[in-house]
Design a protein around this ligand. Structure first.
Ligand code: NAD
Length: 483
């Protein structure tokens, strides 16, 4: 099963358009979370390799930045088409290294490719401004230019999309890249490189350096004055470290960090629509998403109906190897992630929460955890404070709008909130009171390449997607002109 899929996936470092082992020959294993079998051994970059990658990106920068925006756009468009041609192979590879069900992986591949299509179109919309200075009468000419070498660091939960959401705008802007994918899931991005070459991306423009030594490797790049952007997606804890690291060279940060999404259902909501939305917001990616609904707040009157319907839907989901037909709940990515879910559920149940469905991991190989619904969750349960990152829906009830807004906002995170109501006035009023960068109003999915994705508070800095995502990779220059 593995051989076919992995036969053409490169496993070395990709630097300056060439494949090569790590300088110290270090390698690390990639594990299939469904079987715990080793599926590949990948080169593990050290700090010398990181320097070589920055050298390559820096050398390639003037040429790439000088290419006409239309040319860069057409290369991105071609990359979109190539990914779609190879969509099934990418989907299977994502499932193999991450565990998620094939249906989730197929969705991810389409979503990832869209960032190339969207930024193929945005590459030609780098629009500046001319205005007249109010007092001096000089002209104010404003232009945006590529920021320079960008270091991209991505997590394992979306091995393709979290990277293409950065690569697309960086290339459109005219930046060159060093990408460090997550060590759990390096294969998907390595497999993308031959396609980018085929699309016409020149050597050195995109470099990929998986590593087991992320801290020192990324740290070495942040100490390099040639690096001008650090774009990170991952945990708030790691994001904080990278922000400290970026401070010395004053590198422009873009941070997509953790979330703790509330999912609010008012008693006037269309309950069936709310259940559909809940299934997506909770179960897309087995709950291993920064956007995953983490805390369900259901108005008292409809709690029983909502909890019953959600349990029926969750209980019907088949658990198993993500590559098998009909499986909706693949394994979690690794033992730590699964153990965290186990502990969070035990903590909540120990404090009085009631399990409606699921709640216990199966025995045997693989990091499986079943779809789980718990209710009567007490206020001091840890899972209301932390990202669960697994297939567990934790329900509490609420009485009033003020009560639920206060509880939803009572977190250091501010990535996404969901709310369901038939009263659109209430929906918009509550949305505006929520301290979250994104709100799903009668929708369980907000991700869209054409929309600015990102969080408030400790969920991040900056936005990905939309035109704003392009601006993260650009510097504004203003020329004061007399003519
Ligand atoms: P993580 O922070 O552990 O790792 C993310 C990346 O950083 C990986 O490539 C990892 O190797 C690297 N890394 C880890 N320690 C590092 C260090 N000291 N220096 C430099 N690099 C380091 O996160 P994860 O467990 O891979 O991903 C899950 C987290 O990502 C969750 O908190 C989730 O909410 C978040 N996430 C956020 C978004 C978003 O858009 N806001 C999207 C997806 C995931």
């Amino acid at each position: 099963m593995y051989d076919n899929l992995l036969a053409n996936v490169p496993t070395d470092l990709y630097i300056g358009g060439k494949w090569r082992p790590a300088t110290d020959k270090g390698r690390f294993d990639v594990i299939d979370p469904a079987t715990e079998a080793t599926i590949a051994s990948v080169a593990s970059a050290g700090t010398e390799d990181a320097k070589a990658a920055v050298d390559a990106a820096s050398d390639a920068f003037p040429g790439w930045a000088a290419r006409k925006p239309r040319e860069r756009g057409e290369i991105l468009r071609k990359a979109f088409e190539l990914i779609m041609q190879h969509a099934e192979r990418f989907a299977r590879l994502i499932t193999l290294e991450n565990g998620k069900a094939l249906s989730d992986s197929r969705g991810e591949v389409a979503y990832s490719a869209e960032f190339f299509r969207w930024y193929a179109e945005e590459a030609v919309r780098n629009i500046g401004e001319v205005s007249r200075a109010p007092t001096s009468g000089a002209r104010i000419l404003v232009q945006h230019r590529p920021a320079g070498v960008a270091v991209l660091v991505t997590p394992w939960n979306f091995p393709a999309a979290m990277a293409t959401r950065k690569i697309g705008p960086a290339l459109a802007a005219g930046c060159t890249i060093v990408l460090k994918p997550a060590s759990e899931t390096p294969l998907t991005m390595l497999a993308l490189m031959p396609l980018l070459e085929e699309a016409g991306v020149p050597g050195g423009v995109v470099n990929v350096i998986p590593s087991r030594r992320s801290g020192p490797v990324v740290g070495a790049m942040l100490a390099d004055p040639r690096v001008r952007v650090i774009s990170f997606t991952g945990s708030t804890e790691t994001g904080r470290k990278l922000l400290h690291g970026a401070a010395d060279q004053v590198i422009k940060p873009a941070m997509e960090l953790g979330g703790n999404a509330p999912f609010i259902v008012f008693e006037d909501a269309d309950i069936d629509a709310a259940i559909e939305g809940a299934m997506v917001a909770k179960m897309r990616n087995i709950g291993e998403a920064c956007t995953a609904a983490n805390r369900f707040y259901v108005q008292e009157k409809i709690h029983d109906e909502f909890a019953k319907k959600l349990s029926e839907r969750m209980g019907a989901l088949k658990v198993g190897n993500g590559l098998e037909d009909g499986v909706a709940v693949g394994p979690l990515v690794n033992a730590d992630t699964r153990n965290k879910v186990v502990n969070l559920v035990e903590d909540a149940v120990g404090k009085g929460a009631k399990v409606l469905i699921g709640g216990k991991p199966p025995n045997g190989k693989g990091f499986f955890y079943p779809a789980t619904v718990i209710t009567q969750v007490p206020d001091d349960a840890q899972l209301l404070r932390e990202e669960i990152f697994g297939p567990v829906a934790a329900i509490q009830t609420f009485q009033s709008e003020d009560d639920v807004v206060a509880r939803a906002n009572d977190t250091e995170y501010g990535l996404v909130a969901y709310l369901y109501t038939r009263d659109i006035g209430r929906g918009l009023r509550v949305s505006e009171r929520l301290e979250f960068g994104m709100v799903g109003l009668n929708r369980g999915l907000v991700s869209d390449p054409a929309a600015p994705f990102g969080g408030m508070k400790q969920s991040g800095i900056g936005r990905e997607g939309a035109h704003e995502g392009l601006m993260e990779f650009m510097e504004t220059q203003y020329i004061s002109v007399s003519w």
